[in-house]
Design a protein around this ligand. Structure first.
Ligand code: C5P
Length: 229
């Protein structure tokens, strides 16, 4: 039964470090990884590709339900194929992120992606990264984390990441985008971004990545979900 398979849910706003932390924790445990944001980003990208307006809810739900996507995990990187084409970099742009947060506000799109997300729950375990992993998708997860950081710290990290990728962006416009995305994710009526009542909130503003990974490993060990090494 999939329900006996443990899930660690990691929810929180964009830029809190969920992606990196989830990947590292999954690798340390040898567990599967669900990047649910990628599914919303892929839905948005497929919509743009097929010229479907971002407010046409039934058509977008159809796209989400029939998404032809393959995740190829190799070493510590994952290649994403959309309709057989490499979409790994294309889904990471700010424009696609923005479009993703618009389509993610539509209930029919969320419903269409629900079972696809639950199918990632396979032995020996799953690390699920998103906004509603603990509140909607895996409500029975034995450990739920709400990972957050101040908006200015998240903008600073994004700025650094973009600079390293050779992309020039202003810190103040990144901060505005982050605040607009947070507001949209928190204020939507369906599956708004908020900690599950049984989630542990971890503020990473002043923590390094290894410190966060160690803290999560400790929590997993305390709950008997991972063995101390
Ligand atoms: O996490 P990421 O930035 O890739 O997610 C892109 C967008 O997808 C988010 O801004 C959010 O609106 C949406 N999303 C969501 N529910 C999830 C994951 C992502 O609504 N579980």
């Amino acid at each position: 039964m999939s329900d006996s398979v443990p899930v660690l849910t990691i929810d929180g706003p964009g830029g809190a470090g969920k992606g990196t932390i989830s990947r590292l924790v999954a690798a340390r445990l040898g567990w599967h990884l669900l990047d649910s944001g990628a599914l919303y980003r892929l839905t948005a990208l497929a919509a743009v590709k097929h010229e479907v307006p971002l407010d046409d809810e039934p058509a977008l739900a159809g796209i989400a339900a029939s998404l032809d996507v393959v995740f190829l995990a190799e070493n510590d990187a994952t290649t994403v194929l959309l309709e057989g084409e490499d979409a790994t970099t294309a889904i990471r742009t700010e424009q696609v992120g923005d479009a993703a947060s618009r389509v993610a506000a539509l209930p029919a799109v969320r419903q269409a992606l629900l079972q696809r997300q639950r199918n990632f729950r396979k032995a020996p375990g799953l690390v699920a990264d998103g906004r509603d992993m603990g509140t909607v998708v895996f409500t029975d997860a034995p450990l739920k984390i709400f990972l957050t950081a101040s908006a200015s710290e998240r903008a600073r990290r994004r700025h650094l990441q973009l600079r390293e990728a050779g992309v020039d962006a202003s810190l103040s416009s990144l901060l505005k985008e982050i605040q607009a995305r947070d507001a949209r994710d928190m204020q939507r009526s369906v599956a708004p971004l908020k900690p599950a009542i049984d989630a542990i909130t971890l503020d990473t503003t002043r923590l390094t990545i290894p410190e966060v990974v160690d803290r999560l490993t400790e929590l997993l060990t305390e709950r008997g979900l991972a063995s101390a090494t």
